[in-house]
Design a protein around this ligand. Sequence first.
Ligand code: SF4
Length: 453
Amino acid sequence: MSQVLELGMLDERKDFILCNSKDKSKGLKCEKDSVAGAVSQRACVYCGARVVLNPITDAFHIVHGPIGCASYTWDIRGSLSSGSEVFRNSFSTDLREQDIVFGGEEKLTAAIEEIMESYNPEVIFIYSTCVVGVIGDDLDAVCRKAEDRYGIRVIPVQAPGFAGNKSSGYKAACSAMLALMDSNLAPIQRSGINILGDFNLAGEMWILKDYLNRVGIEVNAKFTGDSSCQEIMKAPQAELNIVQCAGSMTSLAKRMKHKYNIPFVKISFVGIEDTISSLRKIAELLGDEEIVDNVEKLIQEEKSKVEAKIELYRQRLKGYSAAIYVGGGFKAISLIKQFKDLGINPVMVGTQTGKKEEYDQIRELTDEGTIILDDANPTELEKFMKERGADILVGGVKERPLAYKLGVAFCDHNHERKHPLTGFVGAVNFAKELDSTLNSPVWEIIANESGGE
Ligand code: SF4
């Protein structure tokens, strides 16, 4: 890969970047901590934990650390709620120099007391941050004492930002949810399925739930979009876990299989092709003939509503090139299929936390010459988008400014999106958004004003 490295790019990063070719002898390095000094687009351990737990609508979250950690993730996902809005608050111990010298446990105890007096919560999650990892406050002990004193769940989330990468934060969040499930001592009576790894950013969880209910499948618990503490506690009752965001939730699914004997399956409702195969996979696993028939009916019904619209956008979008930079590999794979279906060629594909088997699949799905990156930084994204001539970047909030500075169209497929991009309706919303940005007259105006530079 040395031929693509140049000034501003780190030599230590070369194995994390690959130009796709028929020769599969060289693999892509992934599932590692970020290279020091690389200014990774990835978030820290604490942020990984927070994005998973924050959508639980009636949970309280205390960030034990400097105020910056709390503000960095305050209401970080635009997750929608059909009930409580408590999760939109952010509580912090606001650690200062003096606390760092003398310890912050007293301040944390006082913060719990204040929340108990003001809100009477059922569950509090308490996050450690970088500073707490350095000074060594005993989070577990403070939480245990608070549980004894108040008789509620006060769950530590061990997530010092530097102690690993975003994936370690996902695992810390999964441990916290398992600890919450331990509160439920009711006997297990299997019923319904759990949806893991959808955060209801723009109502996606409701679309999923609607499809499942229509074919006769009851949803037992949702992780974590539009869920509640009680819902998480009853999750061990489910007969199947379906895992959408595999990066954040596979660890929980594996541990629930081990602990509660609940099987799991990875699915994706991003794009029509994957929506159809996921619905069929779930029905097949549940082994109910009526559900299998209902799924086929739903597929026909929903497809007939969107086919003509998708075809219209296909005509307007074919021939463009796209760059993808998203959190997990599952989404990148579904996006590649969606782009190809619309006649758009993915020329660069990267993820923050992709796994080896996901990158293998990405290599199978993309053309030779496509740049594939793990844990990229802005310098690399800029270089390869320019070099490969991407017309649009699909990413999240941290990629948006980069695209606009480069004069490239942008589609938010992450925290800040406003239209659901899941299922059949989501596929139309996605195509519509691509059309409005790619075919906007603004690009022609910019090109004329800059003289084509
Ligand atoms: S935990 Fe550390 S890396 Fe994460 S936001 Fe706080 S200071 Fe930054």
